[in-house]
Design a protein around this ligand. Structure first.
Ligand SMILES: [Zn+2]
Length: 506
């Protein structure tokens, strides 16, 4: 079938990226494309065991050799998608100094992500490690590549590491297999390739029993070190001002990791800016003007390895509205945007909670989800009958309206118009101050419209989520993953975030 110009553009765009386009607004995207982000397979953990202490990881350590030793093994991968299929090529096996989580519960993390890594003892096929992850590529990409990394505790013996892709009904199919063997010299054990300076923002305990957040900056020159530290503190402040992060603040260790860039600011084709920065952050990831992503995974991981980290937040030293995130990868946000608070909280929630976007771009008759595949995201569902968030969110047996009534038609009329006006501002090259004022005004209008639903049962099944106006449901009328606000997460999102925090603090 002949593609229209619009379809061609979108095909090209989503060929490439499936990062969450942080947003209160979105460019029109193909309904088939939306979804996806990350979750962090909470590799879980014991309060008692510090990471990286082999002989503390098992009670029989004196007689049974642990399969792991201090440090982490990072697999630097290149994902390749072609018309004939996809695979992951191993670019580098890298020893990192820190494994940031416990050595317990290594195979029972969150069941999230379009992919998972399963590592088996090569000698007897015992499953030693399993973690889900996602990538920045669109699920329907037909010709694209991207780089990403997955880590596991440093093995003391040969492994068989299998990357599997999630298919319908949560069946996994092997895509690529590697056989890392510490006895061979194919593991890069050299010091980090990136020089860094670490500033501790808060420490609340051993990395093995805490959520370890590393905040990095891109587009900061050496002379902007102080600005970076202040920006990192500000970003942490945004997170810990909203629940459930607020009440769980003491479960986080937060480090600011500085890596100097040659230039100040980041690449932005919209503004005609080309910058030489530590992690190559740039707008227009996947073709979207506000999708801001790093482009040097190796440098980012080398810098991050200076500290124990479970999650990465990258602050782009830039003002123009933008961000991105995917499950297993970094959350990226423009820290000098007037909407930086929203960008940081929304994008980081994708990373730590494995959350889907709840917003969608309404259009005549849709977009409608017509499939029957239940998304793995904890905050969206295709079936009000699923009871998906009944357990963690509401009392067992509580009846939830299905679907829940909300002012959907009025909100969709407003939101479709809002997107058009945003796009018009960008097309006209409006000054960022004008866009910022527009976003602030629209945020207030969105809040007022959605507040009309207050007084009705809060938690339920609200149609419209994950990029679809129909056939997909969210848990509450409003949420940080739905509208441009930072007041509150819906109960499903809050529960997912807390579950991850719990898993890291066990
Ligand atoms: Zn939510």
């Amino acid at each position: 079938m002949q593609k229209t110009a619009y379809e061609f553009i979108m095909a090209r765009t989503f060929l490439f990226h499936r990062r969450s386009l942080t947003i209160a607004v979105s460019i029109p995207v193909s309904p088939a494309r939306r979804a996806l982000l990350m979750h962090t397979a909470a590799a879980s953990l014991s309060l008692i065991l510090p990471a990286c202490k082999r002989d503390e990881s098992a009670p029989h350590a004196s007689t049974v050799q642990s399969p792991f030793e201090p440090g982490a093994l990072r697999l630097d991968l290149r994902q390749r998608v072609t018309m004939h299929g996809e695979d992951f090529a191993l670019e580098r096996l890298r020893l990192e100094p820190h494994w940031p989580a416990s050595l317990n519960h290594l195979t029972g993390g969150a069941d999230s992500g379009d992919y998972r890594l399963s590592a088996y003892d090569a000698a007897d096929d015992t499953l030693l490690f399993r973690q889900g992850f996602d990538s920045a590529l669109a699920a329907d990409a037909r010709a694209a590549t991207t780089q990403l990394s997955i880590r596991l505790p440093m093995p003391s013996r040969a492994l068989k590491a299998v990357i599997e892709k999630r298919r319908a009904n949560n069946l996994f199919v092997a895509v690529s297999t590697f056989t890392p063997d510490p006895a061979h010299n194919d593991i890069d054990r050299t010091p980090p390739a990136i020089s860094t300076r670490v500033h501790t923002i808060q420490t609340n305990g051993a990395p093995a029993s805490k959520v370890d957040l590393a905040i990095l900056g891109d587009g900061y020159r050496e002379s902007e070190y102080d600005k970076f530290i202040e920006d990192a503190k500000r970003a942490a402040g945004y997170l810990f001002a909203v629940e459930p992060f607020k009440r769980r603040r003491n479960d986080f260790n937060v480090s600011a990791v500085f890596a100097a860039s040659a230039d100040s600011g980041v690449t932005d084709p919209y503004l005609g800016l080309k910058k030489d920065t530590a992690f190559g952050s740039a707008y227009y990831a996947g073709g979207s003007e506000r999708a801001l992503a790093d482009n040097n995974n190796h440098a980012l991981r080398e810098a991050a390895s200076a500290v124990p980290y479970d999650f990465l937040l990258v602050l782009a030293n830039a003002r123009r509205y933008g961000g991105s995130a995917y499950y297993g990868g970094p959350a990226v946000a423009a820290i000098d945007s007037a909407a930086a608070n929203y960008l940081v909280v929304h994008e980081f929630a994708h990373v730590i909670g494995g959350l889907a976007d709840e917003y969608y771009l309404p259009e005549a008759g849709g977009p409608a989800y017509n499939g029957n595949i239940e998304p793995w995201y904890p905050n969206v569902t295709i079936s009000p009958a699923s009871g998906k968030w009944r357990g963690p969110v509401t009392a067992a047996g509580a009846a939830l309206p299905a679907p829940s009534a909300w002012n959907k038609a009025a909100y969709e009329r407003y939101f479709a118009d809002y997107v058009k006006r945003y796009d018009a501002l960008r097309a006209a090259g409006a000054a960022e101050s004008v866009v910022e004022q527009f976003l602030a005004q629209e945020s207030a209008r969105q809040a007022a419209l959605l507040a009309q639903n207050e007084g009705k049962p809060n938690v339920g099944y609200y149609e419209g989520a994950n990029g679809f106006a129909m056939g997909m449901y969210r848990a509450e009328a409003d949420c940080i993953m739905f509208s441009l606000q930072t007041r509150r997460f819906c109960a499903a999102c809050a529960a997912a975030i807390e579950q991850t925090i719990d898993a890291f603090c066990r």
